[in-house]
Design a protein around this ligand. Sequence first.
Ligand code: NDP
Length: 445
Amino acid sequence: MKLLSNVMEQVVKRNPNEPEFHQAVREVLESLEPVAERHPEWVKAGIFERIVEPERQIVFRVPWLDDKGNVQVNRGYRIQFNSAIGPYKGGLRLHPSVNFSILKFLGFEQILKNSLTSLPIGGAKGGSDFDPKGKSDNEVMKFCQSFMTELCKHIGPDTDVPAGDIGTGGREIGYMYGQYKRLRNEFTGVLTGKGLTWGGSLARTEATGYGLCYFMDEAIQAKGKSFKGATVVISGSGNVAIYATEKVNQLGGKVVALSDSNGYIYDAEGIKLDTVKRLKEVERKRISEYVKFHPSAKYTEGCSGIWNIKCDIALPCATQNEINEISAKTLVANGCFAVGEGANMPSTPEAIDVFLKNNVVFGPAKAANAGGVATSALEMCQNSARYSWTFEEVDAKLKNIMVNIYKNASAAAKEYGFGDNLVAGANIAGFLKVADAMYAQGIAY
Ligand code: NDP
């Protein structure tokens, strides 16, 4: 890193103890060095220094009453990172691990991801250290209402449009939307991931998992491979993992493993998705329960062992840094030829090096999982128009977007001397549009 090394130094200095944020920024800046060389006007205008600093960071107290009548206090966040190309857009994560580092890494990645979709949306992320796991519906509702009571002052359909993420599914979006509507007395598209009877888009639930498979299908076809007959390992068993499994099955592959934060299941016959959907989407149970219904499957406690399972394609769809260097080497040694990131930043930088050095087709998160936010933007379009498209219409648009993201990332990688490296290609393709918009809008911005 030459031109941009001072930018990275400043990020570390200004944001101490935020390792995930540093990791995300470092990876991007490394890819942008040739862009900086080609655009001295962007260097002069401080585009690189500005894009790594959030436009606004909101932190607030979230008090709520639990079922026993005790006061609980959580911390709420919204990082409004960049609005150069559209209103802030990004999910709300509800998980005990939520802190500034995690939300800033996610918000920063979101800027480039949203740009890659080719739709007019800026980058943001938010959430809370609240853990919905083990809470009653009533407690989740109380939390969501308190959270939205403050958040509603900072968002709006043309300002900032949050969505779901880990721990924030249809139930949570419903409670938050109800509270927003009550406080503001308006029925607008202020959140995405809404229910189908109140402004949600068909195919939004499926979008991230389906989009991941559309992207990876395009990438592996370029290498003469396909999902047909492939053995696939997927981590997680949440929204992204479930619909990635569904699409892999439709494309002729076989998913043999899924996990949650306690452990993983292996079913050599192929995972029975109906059972997983019932356990996870309806009954909110642990993945270990799967073996009660399919005794030939095996459950193993602990998550990382899932990457020791022999597979052709791996789709990490759980959380950040879940594949380290050792797991990456094991995947390669077992013949895995493609890795597509459904989760955000699931591979460590060392793991990515292993994949790239071994010519594994590697789909980085900001490109490969952009289908969710792309379809959220399609939900915003439908809300603004007070109209709705059919499942097939949305799915066709999603597929088209994912294929174009692959093409743009692949072309940018080649143009800037990174060969087949889609990590660099996605960073560059996403950045060019945002940088151009920031430059055009002047320095006060
Ligand atoms: P969900 O909450 O629906 O599911 C998350 C899954 O990952 C669960 O199976 C969960 O297990 C598991 N998990 C969470 N934390 C950990 C951990 N620390 N170790 C191991 N497993 C863990 O979330 P989503 O499916 O929506 O999100 C998954 C990933 O995809 C996240 O990185 C998210 O940012 C990303 N993403 C999601 C999008 C979307 O549209 N939903 C869009 C783009 C990216 P458990 O139930 O035990 O917690």
